[in-house]
Each structure stands twice: as structure tokens, then as C-alpha cells.
Design a protein around this ligand. Structure first.
Ligand SMILES: [Fe+2]
Ligand SMILES: [Fe+2]
Length: 268
């Protein structure tokens, strides 16, 4: 399969009823309150691009937590922890629905080409399961989800529309536990991985942080602030930097995964 426009579907019926039971309250959000014609065309198209990207990001997170839970099963991780990680994948699929419904109210997806066959994370080929799980724990949970928290908080504070605000609040409520579960896995794995593997994991963490660094390094964001998207400012960038140091690097160090200080400093 090659890249094609992101196009997701929904089957309804029993599947939808089961999901609703497990993730109640979605219907109570203020749906039907976005009037696309009330926005400037440029702002509307920016909002559609942002929420299309959000749909894909949530979808990719679902794939990542699924891969994480499979690697947990293959490494004999504690059952309750593995179940929690698998449940995070369902949270992310619920987030896909929320973001997709906002997008539908905005008039539909912006152009977004993607090859879904490559959506899952690609841990080191041939690595044993516990190391693959630890890699995904770091990239998806410890780094990705941890950085999504200040990003979503900022988005919520700067978004004026009640539906966008309610949806972001709902996402935020799940992302905290998503950010913690990776560290819980690494605490369980701490005595089961070698010093060499810990060093490898520290490099994986730095690579993952580097992939997000443009968010706080760039000072020339062209994104306009609209009622449906957030502006980018210095406080937001400072919050991301604080999260990297205080909520990623330090907790990883406590688990024996020590990030190279010089490389970390170049990323901040
Ligand atoms: Fe999410
Ligand atoms: Fe998440």
C-alpha cells in the first residue's frame, strides 16, 4: 500500500454500542455548535488542517499502544499493567472519534496523505520483547504523551470555541495516565534489562525528544490563533522545555536510563 488521503470509517451497531458503554459521556459534549460559515476562510482551513492532523496523531497513538501491549504480552509483563496499556489504545480510538467529529463539523478533512501500513512504531528489529516494549514505552508514553500534556493544556487555554474546548478537556483527562504508564512499565523492567540496554534506551529517548524539538525551538510559527486552534507563544515553548527536563529526563534517570547531558542541552 502507498500513501493515500486519510479516510477512516465507522461501522456502528453493536461495535458502537460496546464502545459507548466503555467510554460514556461522548454524546453529552456540545456537538452541532460549529458553524463553518462564521469563520474567516483562512482560519477555517487552518482549523481543518490542525484537526486532521489531530485525527491522525490519535490514530497513530492507538497503533503505538497496541504494539506496546503486544510487546508486553510477549515479555510476560504483569497482566494488569498490560491490560491498562491495551486499554490506552481504546482511549486513543475514542480520541480519533472525538477529533473526527470536530473535523466533520468544520466541513471535513484537509488534504493529508498517509500510508497506514507504516503507522505502527518500529522498535529495533530482532530485539527481545522486553526491550521492544521499553522502546515503545519511552517513545510513545514517556516522551510523546508527556509532551502532549502541555500542548493540550495550552490548546485548551487558548481555544475559545466550547466544542473544541470540551473535546480537548476530554483528551487531557486521558493523557496523564497515558504518560505515566510508560514509566510504570520501565520500573517493572528496570531489573530485567542490562546496562547496555539501558544505554540504548537513553539514546532512543534522546532521538524521540529530538523529533519534537522543533515545537520549542522554532520561533517563527505562522499559525494564526483562531477560535478553533491555539497560538504558539514563549510560555508554551518554556512549558515544553520544562516537561522535557522535569517529566521525562529526570524520571528516566531515576529508573537508570541516563540521558547524555550534552546532547540533551543541545535539544533544549
Ligand atoms: Fe490521545
Ligand atoms: Fe494518549
Amino acid at each position: 500500500m502507498s500513501a493515500a488521503q486519510l479516510d477512516l470509517s465507522w461501522i456502528g451497531g453493536q461495535s458502537e454500542r460496546r464502545l459507548r458503554k466503555r467510554r460514556p459521556g461522548i454524546e453529552r459534549l456540545p456537538w452541532g455548535t460549529i458553524t463553518p460559515s462564521s469563520f474567516e476562510p483562512a482560519h477555517l482551513s487552518e482549523a481543518r488542517a490542525v484537526w486532521t492532523n489531530a485525527v491522525f496523531t490519535e490514530y497513530a497513538s492507538a497503533a503505538a499502544f497496541s504494539a506496546f501491549s503486544s510487546a508486553c504480552l510477549e515479555s510476560g509483563a504483569p497482566i494488569d499493567l498490560t491490560a491498562t496499556i491495551a486499554d490506552c489504545a481504546v482511549d486513543e480510538l475514542a480520541h480519533v472519534e472525538l477529533a473526527s467529529r470536530v473535523l466533520a463539523e468544520l466541513g471535513g478533512a484537509a488534504p493529508f496523505e498517509v500510508d497506514l501500513e507504516t503507522v505502527s512504531p518500529a522498535p529495533t528489529p530482532g530485539a527481545r520483547a522486553i526491550l521492544r516494549a521499553a522502546e515503545i514505552a519511552i517513545t510513545t508514553s514517556c516522551v510523546g504523551e508527556t509532551l502532549s500534556l502541555p500542548a493540550l493544556r495550552h490548546g485548551r487555554a487558548s481555544t475559545q470555541h466550547p466544542l473544541a474546548n470540551a473535546v480537548i478537556a476530554r483528551l487531557l483527562a486521558d493523557e496523564g495516565p497515558h504518560a505515566r504508564v510508560g514509566f510504570t512499565f520501565l520500573a517493572w523492567a528496570e531489573d530485567r534489562i542490562t546496562a547496555g540496554e539501558r544505554e540504548h534506551l537513553a539514546n532512543i529517548a534522546l532521538d524521540a525528544i529530538a523529533a519534537y524539538a522543533s515545537l520549542w525551538q522554532s520561533t517563527d510559527c505562522a499559525c494564526p490563533k483562531t477560535a478553533l486552534t491555539a497560538s504558539v507563544d514563549d510560555d508554551y515553548r518554556a512549558g515544553l522545555r520544562r516537561a522535557v527536563v522535569g517529566h521525562i529526563a529526570r524520571p528516566l534517570e531515576k529508573l537508570g536510563i541516563e540521558l547524555d547531558a550534552a546532547r540533551l542541552a543541545t535539544l533544549l
